[in-house]
Design a protein around this ligand. Structure first.
Ligand code: ADP
Length: 456
């Protein structure tokens, strides 16, 4: 017999025995009285426990299971065990859900859970920031009322979620990639990511390729045209020489462009850190001054002002190429008769400054912030006619970044420009007096030979 029955029959058995004793001792009335009182007691006992169960079931979910007596003690113990198991299971489940939520919150992407009607059920903090949503007010709202981009609406309608869609919004971040991932019965996960930078980079890459192709196509078309002409026409030697000269000029342009592109890509390569030479600056600026004179072909007055001799640490070749670009620009953008002044000095804070000032065409202020962009030119025609590639200042910028140096540009249209490179103090060591004297002697000798006009 099952234990509950065994225990449950004890009370009726006692009442039965008491009834028999009462019958034997006091007659049938006594027996009836004992039976009635015993049965009532048993009924009240059970009713009391049924009331306890009913109250507990109607109470709060975490109310304790009531204590019972007799058979009810076992029943309540069984219920208690079941409740404890269920609570432990719920706790585990809640922990799993919490961990999933924490994981979704920690995601760098925005996550929005949508129901079958594309209404927001849940969203993480990143989605709130990216989509500019209200964490409380927007829950339950259809996503199409909140993200009103036509591309996104078209994407939702087409319901082809194998790809993502990129949308533009008026607020930051301005470019978002949106992707729907269906799950469950008819639920959807909307993943959104800030792709503003990646899109800008992709656009820059596209523009760069288009620019390079365009820059190469122009001289190539010219050369191809001349080759055809020379093949088709019977030219005399003077004409041939002229055409060959023009072709040579165009091939030189292409060569310069390819050289600058290679220089830029080498400067951008992570595997090519700049050398750390320690070199005397005076011979370098003397060389630059002499290059300026050669480029100018006597059309400008070129002067050199050396404030103080110093040893610079950095990549001599890279810095020479950057400074050389500034010098060549000064010559190319200064009409004949103008003057170009090169200067090296060490400022009070220990930074070294190489500056090139010209009295050339100058630059309007709106162009100045963009001058170091690749292929950015104020006057395309002038740049091309003087053999410019549009990459000179981009190269300068990269060299300076690699040397933690800065480029300062001051310019006014019609008046002239000053391009100054400021090297940080830790890259500049003032030369000891003896070495400075030696360098000054070189400078003087160079001046005497007519290469330069050092002012100090
Ligand atoms: P480019 O090969 O065209 O000279 P750069 O990158 O060296 O290319 O310079 C970018 C643009 O900056 C030039 O096209 C020119 O418009 C302007 N620029 C640079 N240096 C000067 C200068 N010294 N005076 C006037 N404009 C300049």
């Amino acid at each position: 017999m099952k234990p509950v029955f065994r225990k449950g029959l004890v009370a009726p058995a006692i009442v039965g025995a008491a009834t028999l004793v009462a019958l034997a001792g006091g007659g049938p009335y006594w027996a009836l009285g004992v039976l009635g009182a015993g049965s009532l007691g048993i009924i009240l006992f059970h009713l009391h426990h049924i009331q306890l169960v009913t109250d507990w079931a109607a109470g709060a979910p975490d109310d304790p299971v009531p204590a019972g007596r007799g058979t009810w003690a076992d029943a309540f113990a069984a219920i208690y065990r079941r409740v404890r198991l269920r609570r432990a299971y719920q706790r585990d489940l809640r922990q799993v859900i919490d961990r999933f939520r924490q994981a979704a919150e920690a995601m760098p992407d925005g996550v929005v859970v949508l129901d079958a009607g594309n209404r927001i059920e849940w969203l993480n903090g990143r989605a709130i920031t990216l989509l500019g949503l209200d964490p409380d007010g927007d829950r339950g709202q259809p996503i199409v009322n909140l993200v009103r981009s036509p591309e996104f609406l078209g994407y939702l309608e087409a319901a082809d979620f194998r790809e993502q869609v990129v949308i533009e919004q008026a607020r930051a971040p301005s470019m978002l990639s949106m992707r729907i991932v269906p799950f469950g019965e008819d639920d959807r996960l909307l993943l959104c990511r800030d792709v503003t930078q990646a899109e800008a980079l992709a656009r820059m890459r596209r523009d760069f390729i288009a620019n390079v192709s365009h820059e190469l196509k122009t001289p190539l078309t010219v050369v191809a045209g001349f080759v055809e002409t020379m093949q088709d026409l019977d030219l005399d030697s003077r004409q041939r020489a002229r055409y060959l000269g023009l072709m040579h000029e165009q091939t030189r342009n292409m060569e310069r462009l390819v050289d600058d592109l290679l220089a830029l890509s080498a400067l951008e390569s992570e595997h090519n850190p700049p050398r750390d030479d320690a070199f005397a600056i005076v011979p370098l600026v003397l060389q630059l001054s002499s290059d300026a004179k050669a480029l100018s072909k006597g059309e400008h007055e070129v002067t050199l002002d050396i404030g103080e001799a110093a040893t610079v640490s950095g990549d001599r070749q890279e810095l020479a190429s950057a400074f050389g670009n500034l010098v060549s620009n000064a010559v190319r953008y200064t009409p004949a008769g103008g003057s170009i002044r090169l200067e090296w000095r060490v400022d009070a804070d220990g930074s070294g400054v190489f500056a090139v000032a010209d009295t050339g065409i100058g630059i309007a202020s709106e162009h100045i912030p963009r001058l170091t962009e690749r292929f950015y030119r104020v006057d395309r025609g002038r740049s091309r006619n003087t053999g410019g590639t549009g990459l000179g200042l981009a190269i300068v910028k990269h060299v300076l970044i690699r040397h933690q140096a800065e480029l300062e540009i001051r310019s006014a249209p019609g008046t002239g420009s000053t391009f100054a490179v400021r090297l940080p103090p830790r890259r500049v060591r003032r030369a000891p007096a003896a070495a400075a004297g030696e360098e000054a002697t070189i400078a003087m000798r160079a001046a005497a030979e007519g290469d330069d006009t050092p002012a100090s």
